[in-house]
Design a binder for this molecule. Structure first.
Ligand code: HEC
Length: 440
């Protein structure tokens, strides 16, 4: 092929890509307009909280589905890379091959050392899963955290920043965190894998420490998870895909491939490999107050990260037929220590005086029912959170154990202590539950 015809190929490719991004942007804009119209209608009908709830559900679903597609593909390719036959009966141009059976069919895969002589007409790329995971995640962050910053980002027991500041800190963490990571990757540190891992871990822990001292524990955890996710998507978008494009371009032009390019992308891909398990752990743990609600939550975050990296390392080596004997016991010990360390302090109560339900009901009424009711009066919680209501004595009695955990032991309720619950009230409530949560 002449040089010119190849350049037109490139051009066509770029035009196609631009058209695609344009249609995605148009689609997103249409979605936003439709979303706004629906929201407007919902406000008009007085059911905005209900509609927002459904929106959360739909986007959460999309986020998980994109995430599964992305991380699933990532797991699959890591497995391929780790399990390739690299020695027996290989053609010269191959790095390895692999046989597999799945879904009632036999599959045979070959990996090239550099690139095939001719780039095939249909070449499958894996990138949109990553982009859409990030996009849906960011929309969730907006919907759940930033739109309700007062309730979800702040904790007056942690700091006195404003809602606006907390959102700026959240978004700033993602941007600055990415630049720190990207800068480190451009230094010679990138080649020193172990040192890089230690420095990266130290920085993530430091960010976790800072965030847990500015934001609510839950928001801090979420932002560390979002930062890890952003770094992973950034790796795909800013380095891995461009490197691959350059490789394809060079192969099409019959130019020698710059092996450094593939190696550079490979190292960043390796970082993503190790970040897959921590990011999932952090995202899920944000539903568990025992993790983010403990007073050393930043250490919990660090240990969770470390333990899940250890599990990933174990899996990586296992797929290569090697055994990292210490990794699983290490992860198990780390987790067991967390269970012990985060176990609620035995709360010391002021006395053993019997507490009657008639003393408790007004407290719940005053501090909890604005949110936990069939008709909440709170300005942001328009439907009872997690379906939990304290309108009747039976409902309170039924939830006594969880009330003990949330309002007495971890003090993660009332949320952000919005209703100003006092220590005396927590003490009374705790004594009443300890004495059997009797209703008369
Ligand atoms: C400002 C609103 C608000 C107030 C006031 C509030 N909660 Fe909650 N509550 C929430 C939200 C939001 C959730 C769901 C998120 C979560 O679990 O953190 C929740 C969840 C819960 C749960 C279920 C989760 C679990 O761990 O089982 C319990 C129990 C609970 N709250 C107890 C209380 C008690 C007791 C009070 C009063 C002392 C209270 N809440 C006051 C907003 C509130």
């Amino acid at each position: 092929m002449s040089k010119n015809s190849i350049d037109t190929d490139d051009l066509k490719e770029s035009i196609k890509e631009i058209a695609l991004y344009r249609s995605v942007i148009v689609m997103l804009a249409l979605l936003c307009i439709a979303g706004y119209a629906i929201y407007y209608l919902a406000v008009w009908a007085g059911i905005e909280a209900h509609v927002l709830d459904w929106l959360h559900l739909v986007i959460r679903w999309a986020h998980v589905v994109f995430g599964i597609a992305w991380i699933g593909a990532s797991f699959y390719f890591i497995f391929l890379e780790n399990s390739l036959n690299r020695t027996e009966n290989l053609r010269d141009e191959l790095a390895g091959n692999l046989w597999a059976i799945h879904g009632g069919g036999f599959y045979y895969i070959e990996k090239y050392k550099i690139a095939p002589g001719e780039i095939p007409k249909t070449l499958h790329w894996f990138k949109y899963e990553a982009y859409f995971t990030w996009l849906s995640g960011f929309i969730l962050l907006l919907l759940v955290y930033y739109f309700n910053a007062k309730a979800y980002m702040l904790d007056p027991a942690v700091s006195n920043i404003s809602a606006g500041t907390s959102v700026a800190i959240g978004i700033g963490t993602l941007i600055i965190g990415w630049f720190i990571y990207d800068f480190l990757c451009r230094t010679s540190l990138l080649q020193k894998k172990k040192t890089f891992a230690i420095v990266g871990f130290a920085i993530i822990t430091l960010i976790g420490y800072i965030l847990t001292h500015l934001l609510s524990g839950r928001a801090a955890f979420m932002h560390v998870g979002a930062l890890i996710g952003t770094i992973m998507v950034g790796n795909v978008f800013f380095t891995i895909i461009p490197a691959q494009k350059a490789m394809v371009r060079a192969a099409k032009k019959g130019l020698a491939l710059n092996p450094e390019l593939g190696k550079y992308a490979g190292l960043r891909s390796l970082h993503n490999n190790y970040m897959t398990l921590p990011v999932i752990y952090v995202m899920i743990s944000n539903h568990f107050p025992a993790t983010f609600g403990s007073s050393f939550n930043w250490i919990v975050l660090a240990v969770l990260t470390l333990a899940s990296v250890a599990v990933r390392h174990f899996i990586n080596l296992h797929e290569q037929g090697r055994h990292a004997k210490l990794m699983l016991p290490f992860a198990a010990i780390a987790l067991i220590s967390l269970v012990i360390v985060t176990s609620p302090n035995k709360v010391k109560f002021s006395s053993d005086e019997p507490v009657s339900f008639s003393e408790i009901q007004p407290i719940i009424q005053k501090r909890c029912v604005s949110c936990h009711s069939s008709k909440p009066t709170d300005d942001t919680e328009k439907v009872s959170p997690n379906g939990i209501m304290f309108d009747s004595a039976e409902e309170i009695h039924k939830m006594a154990d969880r009330i003990m955990v949330r309002a007495v032991q971890t003090k993660t309720m009332p949320q952000a202590n919005k209703t100003g619950m006092t220590e005396e009230e927590r003490d009374l409530l705790g004594r009443w539950i300890q004495q059997g949560a009797k209703l008369n």
